[in-house]
Design a protein around this ligand. Structure first.
Ligand SMILES: *[C@@H]1O[C@H](CO)[C@@H](O)[C@H](O)[C@H]1NC(C)=O
Ligand SMILES: *[C@@H]1O[C@H](CO)[C@@H](O)[C@H](O)[C@H]1NC(C)=O
Ligand SMILES: *[C@@H]1O[C@H](CO)[C@@H](O)[C@H](O)[C@H]1NC(C)=O
Ligand SMILES: *[C@@H]1O[C@H](CO)[C@@H](O)[C@H](O)[C@H]1NC(C)=O
Ligand SMILES: *[C@@H]1O[C@H](CO)[C@@H](O)[C@H](O)[C@H]1NC(C)=O
Length: 450
């Protein structure tokens, strides 16, 4: 009984204490100027209505953009991912107060969800990225609202990879109201366009991409649905090519020079085939490695890829020509002779041997009819002379045929040599063109203002 009484007393004491705390708390709250002001501002605030007293009044939204980082340039999907700081400022006529009536409060933060906000979007926007959600805006006593937010934008952009790795990209971010025409919501720059253009102090300048400038422009889009105000920021960025020069261009140039050197081996040399085949394997390995690094886009192929394919075509042409030549020489000398593996043995040197061999065999063949038994000396002598004449005739025709074959072979060789020379010149021309193009691309890249 006693215990219950104590418990009840304690409970009532606690209740009194809690109610006292609560009452002083509500008293504190009602006494807080900030709370007072917020309540006064938001009590009858029409958050669905554009905040102007006179509906003919245009709400002007001032925009500003700071480029923070270029996160990804996806040429295959034509997408650019950037991180930007975005600021918009507008005036709300319903959110103004007399600061001397509220303890001199000049600026308060209000929840964004409780007030009217312009519906400004980025037109090129293609993907939702994680951006921190900032729920408050700052309002000052004249009703000016500041809304700052960092956003990660994935925007559609026409990316040109033609000049890779010396390419410059120009992507735009267009801000406009999705619904409101220029008669209701207008846009303007917060800073001068010159300042925006040159502002790079926020940019993280360590990545592959370098920010050149951010030119911007205001214009009104006239369409059937109405006239919309637009502000366009162009992000002009350029690639830092050094890594690609070291990883791609210099090895590719080495391969091409070695390939060019292979033309100095005589075309009828068989080790040239081995040599060229190993270069071809090298090219293939290189191309497989390269395909990860070189951006691919449906619209344009990088010039470096085109050059590589042309060089490969030259290599394959010259290789097949060498194979043709060796096969041709092989059938010509199919008399069991060892083929020269030495590259500087002339085919003309082996030719007399060939003809001598053939003559000897043909002599042997024509020798056999002389083995007839002798009957009379005269007859034999006349017969022998006739035999000899026939033999001589056959020898001369045989030699003529051989000569013709040799001539044919020589003309074939000459033609193939000429083809080889032509290929070499074509290759030199392509390589020269490659060098000149790369140098001029580099020069253009360098001439762009820092
Ligand atoms: C409440 O407001 C009155 C008048 O403005 C002031 O005198 C008093 O000190 C305030 N109380 C507290 C707890 O701030
Ligand atoms: C609204 O503004 C226009 C032009 O500024 C003026 O002609 C009109 O009288 C105003 N309307 C009201 C209700 O104040
Ligand atoms: C603000 O309030 C003070 C004091 O109540 C008054 O003197 C002043 O005129 C007011 N200012 C405006 C702009 O209404
Ligand atoms: C509110 O902010 C705007 C823009 O920054 C400024 O022009 C205006 O003077 C400020 N009003 C007051 C009362 O500070
Ligand atoms: C970027 O592209 C826009 C049009 O899309 C063009 O007006 C602007 O001049 C370009 N800027 C540069 C530096 O190329």
């Amino acid at each position: 009984m006693l215990r219950q009484g104590v418990m009840a007393a304690l409970l009532s004491l606690v209740l009194v204490a809690v109610s006292g705390i609560l009452s002083t708390d509500t008293h504190h709250l009602s006494n807080s100027t900030l709370h007072h002001l917020t309540q006064k501002l938001l009590q009858n605030y029409p958050r669905g209505v554009r905040p102007v007293q006179n509906w003919t009044q245009v709400t002007t939204v001032y925009l500003d953009l700071l480029v923070h980082a270029v996160l990804d340039v996806d040429a295959q999907n034509q997408k650019l991912k950037t991180s930007v700081w975005y600021q918009e400022i507008w005036n709300d006529e319903f959110l103004a107060w007399n600061s001397s009536m509220f303890d001199g409060i000049g600026e308060i933060s209000l929840p964004l969800s409780a007030i009217w906000a312009p519906d400004i979007i980025i037109n090129e926007f293609v993907d939702i990225e994680k951006s921190p959600d900032i729920p408050y805006v700052y309002v000052n006593s004249s009703g000016t609202i500041k809304n700052n937010k960092p956003i990660q934008v994935v925007s559609a952009c026409s990316l040109e990879t033609y000049a890779f790795p010396f390419d410059t990209q120009n992507c735009s971010l267009t801000f406009s109201s999705i619904l409101h025409t220029v008669a209701d919501v207008d846009l303007a720059f917060l800073r001068s366009t010159e300042d925006i253009k040159k502002d790079k102090k926020m940019f993280m300048n360590d990545g592959e991409w370098e920010l050149l400038s951010v030119p911007s422009a205001y214009h009104v889009l006239y369409s059937e649905a109405g006239d919309f105000a637009q502000i366009q920021f162009h992000l002009v960025i350029r690639r830092r090519p050094l890594a690609h020069v070291v990883n791609l261009l210099i090895p590719s140039i080495f391969l091409m020079v070695v390939d060019l050197g292979s033309f100095y081996l005589p075309p009828n040399c068989r080790s040239r085939i081995t040599f060229k085949t190993s270069i071809l394997v090298g090219y293939t390995v290189f191309k497989v490695n390269m395909s990860d690094e070189v951006p691919r886009s449906a619209g344009s192929t990088p010039l470096i890829g085109v050059f590589f394919t042309i060089c490969m075509a030259f290599l394959v042409l010259s290789l097949s020509k060498s194979i043709l030549l060796v096969k041709f020489l092989h059938t010509e000398r199919s008399n069991g002779q060892d083929h020269p593996l030495f590259c500087f043995q002339k085919t003309s040197g082996t030719r007399p041997q060939d003809s001598a061999l053939v003559t000897r065999t043909s002599l042997k063949v024509t020798d056999s009819p002389t083995d007839v038994p002798l009957s009379q000396e005269h007859q034999t002598q006349a017969g022998f002379l006739e035999e000899t004449l026939a033999q001589l005739q056959s020898i001369s025709s045989c030699i003529q045929a051989l000569d013709q074959a040799a001539q044919q072979e020589a003309s074939w060789l000459r033609m193939l040599y000429r083809f080889d020379k032509l290929l070499f010149r074509g290759y030199l021309l392509v390589l020269g063109g490659y060098t000149v193009t790369l140098c001029s691309l580099w020069a253009v890249w360098g001439s762009l203002q820092k």
